[in-house]
Design a protein. Structure first.
Length: 280
């Protein structure tokens, strides 16, 4: 019969010779290429930021990175969740996590470490508490502070945040930072004391005064018995990186004698940062 089993014992193949099916090597290569492609696109998106494009819309980022808007939107969302980008009122800027990673680079130093010797000089000359602030979202972040036995108790600890409209450092950021920063701050003019600026028109006039004079002051605007003075710290490429200032109690800061001291220190900080942080 055609369907009958063949005569004789049945020969079975040893189990060891039966091998599982493996994926073609090309599949693993495709996965690696896909991962590299996603990474390169995310890096391209981050690479669109520079001193002239510190705040960007999604469409601008996509255009400069040569990416579809849908792809840029997905990657930007992942970068925001990770902390590499920050989103504010529909626009993006580099996040604090990128900044913190940058501080770990051997070729760079923490801006506070760079500024510390110059802040010591200001403390020695003025006998006032010296503060260094950077922009952090819609606030300024105190990253370094110098105080001596004759300077009195400081108002804030390192790591403290202050509103832009009620602090001298914040006014510096509004005067010399991204153009859309003022609009964001003007929507959040909470009063901290009876002397806090709460009118957008008054704040606009104050910021114009800061631009014209080159320094910012506060008089009991962030807290009672709290007077501040700050100047900008620019890199050699004119990028604003920080605000350097002093605070006093009981009396306004003597502008005429202190502003030149602060400006000398700010230029010293800028030179050190320019040498160590900018491409050569």
């Amino acid at each position: 019969m055609a369907n009958a089993a063949p005569n004789g014992p049945t020969v079975r193949r040893p189990a060891s010779t039966v091998r599982p099916r493996t994926l073609p090597a090309a599949d693993g290569g495709a996965a690696a290429r896909h991962a590299a492609s996603v990474t390169s696109r995310a890096l391209a998106l981050l690479g669109t930021f520079d001193s002239e494009h510190s705040v960007q819309s999604l469409s601008a980022m996509a255009r400069r990175a040569n990416l579809p808007v849908a792809t840029a939107h997905r990657l930007a969302g992942e970068l925001v969740a990770w902390g590499g980008l920050e989103k504010l009122h529909g626009e993006y800027r580099v996040g604090q996590r990128i900044w913190r990673l940058g501080l770990l680079a051997p070729a760079q130093q923490n801006i506070a470490e760079v500024a510390a010797p110059f802040m010591q000089d200001v403390l020695f000359v003025t006998h006032n508490v010296v503060n260094l602030f950077i922009l952090d979202g819609e606030e300024v972040l105190l990253v370094e502070r110098m105080s001596g036995t004759g300077a009195g108790q400081p108002f804030r600890r390192v790591g403290a945040r202050l509103p832009l409209h009620a602090s001298a450092a914040g006014k510096i950021m509004l005067a010399y930072g991204a153009k859309d920063l003022f609009s964001a701050a003007a929507r959040r003019l909470e009063p901290h004391t009876p002397r806090t600026i709460t009118s957008p028109a008054v704040l606009a006039a104050e910021i114009e005064r800061v631009r014209n004079s080159g320094y910012a002051t506060t008089e009991e605007e962030a807290g009672p018995d709290n007077y501040g003075l700050a100047v900008p710290v620019f890199l050699p490429n004119n990028q604003l990186v920080a605000a350097l200032g002093i605070v006093t109690r009981g009396r306004p800061v003597p502008v005429g004698s202190v502003v030149p001291v602060l400006n000398i220190a700010a230029r010293g900080i800028a030179r050190r940062l320019g040498v160590e942080h900018l491409p050569r």
